[in-house]
Ligand binder design. Sequence first.
Ligand SMILES: [Zn+2]
Length: 171
Amino acid sequence: MKFAADCMLGTLAKWLIILGHDVAYDSRIEDRDLVRLARRQGRTILTCDRRLVQRRDARDHILIRSQDLRAQIRQVLEERGLRIRKDRLFRRCIKCNRRTRPAARASIRAEVPPYVYRTRRRFTRCPRCRRVFWRATHVSRMLEDLKERGFSEPPPSPYPLTHARVRRSTK
Ligand SMILES: [Zn+2]
């Protein structure tokens, strides 16, 4: 699904991207621009701002009720009848929302911590910001939690969320 998250919901936006959704997020966007972007691109607005959802041009929205991240994710999945689909997981960059591409393990060696390189087999790269992604344990925990709450289809073997912040070549 396509969403546009308000500036307060960066973490929710990130997790929906991990689950494979197309989420526009900009921490500095004004309400007016958020609504305009959502309409233009056919996105559902995610917001915790009660005034914003009263706007006539913001009809397609989900008013997020909880401060708790897990509850927020569950609300979105519930309200739109979404399920976790393993073939959709980890296909987008959590920074720029672009589709990532598989990266050969040898090609990312200098960009990830040695432990990660030794223990992970699958990596992807964002074609835009060049970040490398792999599956981290806290992602697996979140997916297990969602599965236990009935959102089903967890991946059989986990994959990335963590990204390499520092590239050796830039040191
Ligand atoms: Zn990126």
